[in-house]
Design a protein around this ligand. Structure first.
Ligand code: GDP
Length: 445
């Protein structure tokens, strides 16, 4: 694997959050870490690892006194990055931490880029890529459920699933290759060749089952947009408020009150959801309502993961056939007792069936994948989902090869599947991929 170009340099950054704070941690990583800190503080020779030493810190050039701080040394390879790491726990003032960092740079450390510590940890084999990605997700998580999904990945839940899958593929490949090496065994074979097909099919199914969790995983990680659309006075704003659980959007008996789109964030069964109340319009004549309602709301509808088309049973206007995207038709004003053919009926006024509506929305958004149980794996990352699909496709080919082609082709197909799974862990990752993954991190991570 190619080592990051500047891996020779020692990097430094503030590892803790916003100043001012009681304490700030400045972290250095690289082969000169200890020498750099030694130029700022009197340290014993040899420096004992993993022991907090209380020292006076001086500027490496001016020798001015800067602070009293705790210094911790993690000797390579037993550190977060796998390199020599030194942490300086100093006072956390805004000016002070920046002056401390300046001093560390003056002593020879370069400012770390976003995610550079984690990138080095990955390159030095201290963590797999999917774990590094989980770290970023833990930091970015907005709801309990998205945090749980990220934590489960961080704890290695996805890694364990992938290990088990890879182990079964390796067995399959070894069996096939043994038969290739000793083809005479083929005749003595206890297992019929169809067993290879069945095993590959089972593994493909397992990949697809994991892949299927990605709809929920993506919703958890990236959030969703749900737009409310429909004819004026259908009760869009009322439903928006009811789903919000508080009065945020204007509602009025005069049609056309809602002029601009209004957005609010809600937690929908753990999914971070932006609810959008689209602009209402005046009834400018029969037949044109529907068209205009769509025209005005079109941008929002196109952006939305799902559109709730709200219908008033007294004046039912159904969603136009050519509407873009996923649409869920909701019959409002159930409390009026008016009949309607619409399956999903609610009352924004009384709150009746709103739970049912929430469930239906989540169902549509996640493809029916239920809330995550403890320890259950949810694939939150698109890269992982795509590679799982690639593995499944290779295994589909293996199913066919086992039946028709020479066993050699079967072994190739299984190897392709294995490689796809390996790439999830980061094996063979190039700089472009690493840039994409680690640029999402903050500096100091
Ligand atoms: P919008 O133009 O689609 O945003 O509709 P509004 O939310 O402003 O509602 C239009 C009218 O319908 C208002 O007078 C609401 O009070 C009324 N309304 C909305 N939802 C319900 C409902 O579930 N039941 C009844 N009876 N009236 C409702």
């Amino acid at each position: 694997m190619k080592i990051y170009e500047s891996a020779d340099e020692t990097i430094a950054a503030l590892a803790t959050g916003a100043s001012p704070a009681g304490i700030a941690v400045i972290r250095l990583s690289g082969r000169n870490s200890l020498a750099i800190v030694r130029s700022m503080a009197a340290l014993p020779l040899p420096m004992p690892p993993r022991q907090a030493l209380f020292r006076q810190i001086h500027h490496p050039v001016t020798e001015a006194f800067l602070d009293e701080a705790l210094i911790l040394y993690f000797q390579a390879p037993h550190s977060f990055t796998g390199e020599d790491v030194v942490e300086i726990q100093c006072h956390g003032g805004l000016m002070h931490t920046s002056a401390m960092l300046d001093a560390v740079h003056a002593a020879g450390a370069r400012a770390a880029g976003p995610g550079e510590f984690s990138r080095r940890a990955f390159l030095n084999g201290r963590m797999t890529l999917e774990k590094a990605e989980a770290v970023a997700d833990v930091v970015a998580a907005e709801t309990d459920a998205s945090l749980r999904a990220a934590r489960s990945q961080l704890s290695g839940a996805l890694g364990r699933e992938l290990d088990a899958l890879s182990a079964s593929l390796l067995d399959m490949r070894a069996e096939a290759e043994a038969l290739l090496d000793f083809p005479e065994d083929l005749e003595l074979l206890d297992v019929p060749l169809s067993d290879f097909s069945a095993k590959a099919a089972a593994a493909a199914e397992k990949c697809r089952a994991l892949r299927a969790t990605h709809r929920r995983g993506r919703a958890l990680r990236d959030g969703v947009r749900v737009a409310l659309a429909g004819s004026p006075n259908a009760g869009k704003s009322s439903l928006f408020n009811a789903l919000l659980g508080e009065s945020r959007a204007l509602t009025d008996e005069t049609p056309g009150t809602t002029r601009d789109s209004i957005e609010a964030r809600i937690d929908l069964d753990g999914i971070p959801c932006t609810l959008v109340d689209t602009a209402g319009i005046r009834d400018e004549g029969a037949g044109r309502v529907e068209r205009q309602g769509i025209e005005r709301a079109r941008g929002e509808i196109a952006r939305a993961s799902l559109t709730l088309w709200v219908v008033d049973p007294a004046q039912p206007v159904l969603p136009p056939q050519d509407m873009d995207g996923d649409v869920l038709t909701v019959g409002n004003k159930l409390d009026t007792g008016l009949p309607s053919d619409i399956e999903l009926r609610v009352s924004a006024l009384t709150g009746e069936n709103l739970d049912q509506l929430r469930r239906a929305i989540v169902m549509r958004l996640t493809g029916g994948v239920a809330s995550e149980a403890a320890g259950e794996v949810i694939v939150t990352n698109r890269r992982h989902a795509e590679l799982l699909e690639e593995a499944a496709a290779a295994l589909d080919r293996a199913v066919v090869s086992a039946a028709n082609a020479p066993l050699e082709i079967f072994a190739y197909d299984v190897r392709d599947a294995l490689e796809a799974l390996d790439r999830i862990r980061g094996r063979g990752a190039d700089d472009a991929l690493l840039d994409a993954v680690f640029s999402r991190f903050c500096i100091g991570k």
